[in-house]
Write a protein that binds this ligand. Structure first.
Ligand code: RAM
Length: 347
């Protein structure tokens, strides 16, 4: 197991550099008829640049595509907006790529651009943050959204002794994944056992470090009795961890959510964030890479019941997701002081 971690780690580190270089403006190899040497071209668009989680997800996608002999195009706009992603989709359509995988900044706004891509024969899927069922052929989901939402409320409740004011520090107000998880948090909070917990605010740090810091500071100022923060975003939780640490609020305002072990280890070890959850972002991207390839090869069409082989992740099946379909990676994983030292080296 440890040997596997070490190999994985080396691969991930080597690819970080490559991924980091390819997220800015399109390069010549991105252009139509570029130097793809007849290889199929698979594009991934993340929410925005500057997010280490997004870099890991794109790395996983690139690993999969290269294992499969294709060319990966990694993209992310500077700002986490739908408009910026639409522009990138339009560019990819004119470059006649074979597949587009998108981590959506809005569930509905990308629909015309993605439909245009599908009409042009490009295979379209979402991962991590979904587009609506009409805008995609399949969605690659990190874990069951209900479990992700509920488990974070259960955690904060335990941390604050079931009583007091809590707030959510999210990504953007349009982010499909965070909004779905927050809906499940609210459903969990309806249970009478949480009658003494009050959700006072959902704040949006837009997955930008500085905005997430200032939104955390604003929460602390506006709600001086605040007992806990749930940040279901790796950018938000790391920013909140820093603010709570700098202000000496460890043990006074508790923190949990979804965090990248490499960014959160110091706060988990110090007790500012006693525990948190996530999944392997490299695997989310890797699974999307294999799913994109299966769509291009016609092994799957995106219908529930379709089956394919996802490299080192083994056999995967397309399942129903509301009006659409999805492929599930696995379960959220709990990170705490007992395992964080090991995981922080991996992602
Ligand atoms: C941030 C992004 C991403 C989400 C993670 C948990 O990095 O918003 O989409 O899945 O947090």
């Amino acid at each position: 197991m440890r040997k596997w971690f070490a190999t994985c780690m080396a691969l991930v580190l080597a690819l970080t550099v490559l991924a980091g270089c390819s997220t800015s403006a399109p390069k010549s190899s991105d252009q139509a008829g570029g130097a793809s040497g007849g290889k199929k071209r698979f594009a991934i668009i993340f929410k925005n640049t500057g997010n280490p989680y997004g870099e890991k997800e794109m790395e996983g996608f690139k690993i999969a595509i290269e294992e499969l002999g294709g060319e990966a195009i990694l993209k992310a706009p500077d700002q986490p907006t739908a408009e910026a992603q639409i522009q990138m989709i339009e560019e990819l359509i004119s470059q006649k790529v074979d597949a587009i995988a998108v981590v959506a900044n809005d569930p509905d706004a990308l629909q015309p651009a993605l439909k245009k891509a599908m009409d042009a024969g490009i295979k379209v899927l979402s991962l991590d943050s979904a587009v609506n069922a009409k805008s995609r052929m399949v969605h690659v989901n990190q874990a069951d959204p209900e479990r992700i939402g509920r488990v974070q409320v259960q955690a904060i409740s335990e941390m604050i002794g079931g009583k007091g004011e809590i707030a959510v520090l999210s990504a953007t107000s349009q982010a499909t994944n965070q909004n779905t998880w927050i809906e499940w948090m609210k459903k969990e909070l309806e249970d009478p056992k949480y009658k003494d917990i009050k959700l006072v605010k959902v704040a949006y740090g837009d997955d930008l470090r500085d905005k997430s810091v200032s939104e955390t500071e604003a929460l602390l100022k506006s709600y001086p009795d605040l007992k806990g923060i749930i940040a279901p975003t790796t950018v938000g939780i790391a920013a909140a961890g820093k603010v709570l640490t700098d202000k000496g609020l460890k043990g006074k305002v508790m923190l949990t959510g979804l965090g990248l072990p490499s960014e959160m280890a110091e706060y988990i070890e110090s007790g500012v964030c006693p525990w948190m959850y996530l999944w392997n972002p490299v695997d989310v991207g890797y699974l999307a890479g294999y799913a994109a390839d299966a769509l291009v090869k016609g092994t799957i069409t995106g219908k529930p019941g379709d089956k394919f082989k996802a490299g080192r992740l083994g056999d995967k099946e397309v399942i129903q997701d509301g009006e659409g379909s999805q492929i599930m990676l696995g379960d959220p994983f709990k990170f705490d002081p007992s395992n964080i030292a090991e995981w922080k080296k991996i992602y």
